[in-house]
Structures are given as structure tokens and as C-alpha cells.
Design a binder for this molecule. Sequence first.
Ligand code: SF4
Length: 694
Amino acid sequence: TQPLVTSTVKTTCPYCGVGCGVLATPQADGSVTIAGDPDHPANFGRLCSKGSALGETLSLEGRLLHPEINDERASWDDALDLVASRFQAAIAEHGPQSVAIYGSGQLLTEDYYVANKLMKGFIGAANIDTNSRLCMASSVAGHKRAFGSDTVPGNYEDLEQADLIVLVGSNLGWCHPVLYQRIVAARTARPDLKVVLIDPRRTVSADIAELHLPVAPDGDSALFVGLLAHLDHLGVTNSDYISAYTKGFEATLLAAEDWDIARVAEATGLSPLSITRFYDLFARTAKVVTVYSQGVNQSAAGTDKVNAIINCHLATGRIGKPGMGPCSVTGQPNAMGGREVGGLANMLAAHMDFAPETVDRVSRFWGSDRVAEAPGLKAVDLFAAMGRGEIKAVWIMATNPVDSMPEADAVRDALKACPFVVVSDMNRATDTMDLAHVRLPAAGWGEKDGTVTNSERRISRQRPFLALPGEARPDWWIIKEVARRLGHAKAFGYFSPGQIFAEHVALSAFENDGNRDFDLSGLGGADYETMPPVQWPVRSKPIARMFGDGRYFTPDGKARFLPIQPPPPFAPAPGSFVLNTGRVRDHWHTMTRTGKAARLSAHMAEPFVEIHPADANALGIRRANLVRLSNRHGSALVRALVTDRQQRGQLFVPMHWTDQFASNGRIDALVTSKVDPVSNQPALKMALVHAEPV
Ligand code: SF4
């Protein structure tokens, strides 16, 4: 890699949704020194192991450096012409619903904006979905049901101001380490700050918890429905807040009233004593933040879980105030930015849905008369439609669905059968790239220029400090060149990411009556190059805090309670295990970047399965044995990690390893594609598998 500058550049980490500020300084010997940005409000100089090793992941090893057509090197013109002509032909013969884009929370907001505009605005179908569907679609749906908008209410500093932090389905210690570090520092300064961990596994995050509740898989809804009933029995609900700012409390309470502690204990597998301790802690602590993540979202009941949590905060009025509120943390660096531009198939743009008036508004803004009028195919449905032969051309950007989608073998088969597959990515060596007819070399972190939004709605700049290698190009450039060839040169006449961001800002402000949460109107005219991290909404008249005035984005301005019916306890057939998947501390997604840093691989060198000692003993599995996991969708080979951190009847396997790094290690081949009916997010933590020693 060649340095673009010799001075220090302020940029943002490309990994998790904490969105830490990074100082990158290219050195004369070609290396890059990495440090945390002391001025960035997400991390104040901190970095985790992945962030601090970023400089070790910048080699060109494994990079795609030239366009390719059918495995042969090609010119950009030939590759772009072919992409445009094949998409054009599919649309002409089979209609706009026959083509699709599958994007990624790794894309920058500007890339996402241009891709979404092309698909929804000018191709005229909403078949653009993203791997963020696997990450936080249930939080989006839960927010919209409760608040009328996809708004994360809180700020990171709430974690330091809270007296109780409840972590639900979130191993913050490994998956959002800098937020964890902030909590550890806050506890050191203020030992009265209490932490409760609700997670089937005793993860590293239990180290700071007064109480760990090893809830049964999908038992979280019952736990929070029972909490609502308990808060009411204790008389600690906030009737003034409920009557002034919410609707639906009575019906929600009615649905919850049978959930006494005995019933909750039965549904969750928790002891009545530990449930009572948690409930009483929540009831008597005013400043409570409930942090939730993939353990809540990646479930066939994920949206209900989100609303069960939000119900408890609304009922106590603990929202929109310092040190309290529900707090969804996203897995990816720009899951939020993708949501903002409409990078999900069920959102149009700038947090607007497909209502006739918003389609009309966006049509006029984009100057297009063919804006999609209804949601498109969401991730699982998209690949299923492809498997049925309904998708004739697909463009995959910056993600590796052959390894990361549930029922990954079926996804691989669908892509093999798709007549035309385009993949734009920085990496040549991925299992998805292997199936592409056209490969387009995209810019990577350190080369890209644009913005990302973190879990607290803070927009930060990613800035380049390395020259584009080979013939790599930014994603926005690649997409606009295809749009130009499809006949949309005027609408896609972009020459810089700053220009795209300005259009995104303008769309957020366009005919905005103040009843839309996503509003960047106050950024109009801001200097893109020097723009500091900024939290939205950014209006000409700043607001102190989201929902601080009790006004929500529903038509009547009131938040909604949702009556929740917890799912029945999950009872796998004898001989089956419930497979939970997730992250390890030092790897990211399918390891295309972190796999390059030797010290990151030193933490966990190969794929493993956490199994309880009693289960291991019953199966004749000893420590470090190879274990085959299988079900009707596929199989994987992993190393046994025998530990009582795991509950009996449950297994945990990390999601990262692919056949590029470990033979037969693709765990998502076994994961079910069953989805939440509201959010269409797959239940990535609830597959049933068999285990046997090899
Ligand atoms: Fe990067 Fe997340 Fe680590 Fe921060 S916590 S350095 S954003 S991986």
C-alpha cells in the first residue's frame, strides 16, 4: 500500500457499531501507526484489540486489484458495460423485480445512498437488502412499533450516568469492547453502578455483573413481560408519564398480568430468587439503561423482545433522560448509516417508508417517475427467490453471504444457479467472490472516503490515508458508473463523496415538517472535509435529547406499548442441541481483514464449540477433540472447548471461520433461516444440531 499523506489522519474504525475514532499515521517504511482519537466522543482515545491491530491488516495480500470477467482480467469499461447490459437485459425481459442488490453494513453511507437510489429510485424495485438484516432488523422494527420511528433514544454517556446497566443478549466485553471499557471505568469511579447480565452463556461480560441470569434460549420476552407485571404490582410504574406520553398501557398490562414470578421461572429456566433480585433491582433504581444486542435481535421473536424491553422503560418513564433508556447496540460499523439512507428493503430513504406521500416526495427530490412503491425482498427471501430462479441478476457489495447467511449451503447453491452474479469487494479470496461472473475491485478501509454512523446516532468521517491500490475504486464511483450506463447520468453525476453526502442531507430536510426523526438540515453547508463527529438529529434549533420532551414520531406524538405474548419454552428433541452463534473478541465477520493479523488469530486459533462438561462426557467428547456438528442443512467440524460457561443442552460456535481459514468450519451452513415475522431477521442463535466426536 502507498501512503496518500504523511501526516496523521482522523478516521473511524471499520469494525463494530461503537464507532471509535482512530488516528492513522502512515510511516516512511510503509507501515501505519494506529492510535485511538482522544477527541472522539465514542472512545476518547480507547481502542480494543481489533482496532489497535488495524495497521497490521493493510497489506495487499488477498486483494482484488483489477476487474475480472469470468475469471479473466478485464478493463473497467468492459466490466461496467457488461454489468449494465446484463441488468438492463434482465429488467427488459423479466421486469425490475428480477434484479437485486445485497449490500453491507461495511459500506459507507455515501456508497449506500447511491446504491439505494439506483435500485429504488431508477430501477424501480426495492430489492436492495443488506447483511444488516442479520444484525439489527428486529431493533428497527421494535423502535418503529414503539416510537413511530427507527430511533435509538440514548447516548453512550448514559452508560456512565446510569445506576444500573442491564445487558441483554449482549457480550459487550468481546463484541463492543470499548463500551465495556467505559462501563468498567465508570464502575471503578462509582462502585455503586450495578450491572446485570442476561445471557444463556456466562460470557466475559459476567465479570462485571452482580447478577448473571442464564436465561433459556428465547426466554427474554417472558423475563421482561414478567418485569412489567412486577413493576405494576410494586406500584412503581409512572402513571403521569404513561398518561401524558404513551398509548396502549392497559392492554399491554392485561397481556402481562398472568406472568408472575413462578411462571417466568418456568419459561426462563431461572430461579425465582434470581428473578426477584433482578426485578427488585430494576424497580428501585431510577437510572437504568438496558443495552441489548444480537441475543435479542437474532431470534424468531426478536421484535417482541425489543418491545418487551421498551415497554418496561416507557412504563417507568425511564427514557429520554440522562442515564436511562433502552439502548440497541449495532454489530456493524455502519448499520445505522444504512438504515438512514434506506439500505433495507422495507425502507425507502431518509427513514421514510413506502407511504404514497413519501414515494411522491422522494420521486420529486430524485427527479424520477419510477420510484419503488412497495418493499422489496429481504435477505432470506431474496436468496430463496434466487434459489427458485426468480432473480436473474444480483450485485453483492462488501459482504460474503456464502458464509454469513443462514442455511449458507442453500445460499451458495442459489448463487451458483443465478444467471449473473456481480461482486464488488476489496478481497479476491472469499467464497462469494468465487461464484461471481464479474468481480469489481473496491476500495478498502484507509482508502475510502465518506461517513459512518455508530450506535448512538453519531456520524463520523472515514478518511483516506492510503492511495487506491491497483485499479480499486470507491463503491460510490462503481455504482454511479453503472447507473450512468443504465441511462441515468444526470441523476448520478457525482464526482465526490462530499457531494453525495450533501444530497443525503438535503433529502433528510426536504419537506420535513419536524415530525421525522432523521433530520440533518442543520448540516447544510457544513465543510465535509473537516466535519467533526456529530449526533443526529442536526436541526437548526438543536434538541437536547431524543424524546426528552416526551414527544414521539407517531401520528399523535405518543409512544406505543405493545402487548407481548412470550413464545412457549423451547424444548429441543432428545439428542439435539440448541446452537448459539456469535463473535469472539479478536475476529470480525468472515475474517477477511482480522485474519491477516497474527496477534488477532493468537486469541482463538481455530473454530470451536463450547459444550457443557456433562454433555461432553455423555457424548464421549474430551477437551480439544474434533467434533462434528450437523443437521439437515449441513455440517461443520470444530474443536471441543469443554466449559461450564455453557448450559447443558446448548452449544456455542463462533461465526467467523470459513473454508478459507479452516476446513469445513462454516457454521452458518447449519443455522436456520427461520425469521422473525415482523422484522424478517433470521434466528441465528436457535438452530438445532447433533454433535458427535470425530
Ligand atoms: Fe473498533 Fe469496535 Fe474496537 Fe472500537 S470497540 S476499536 S469500533 S472494534
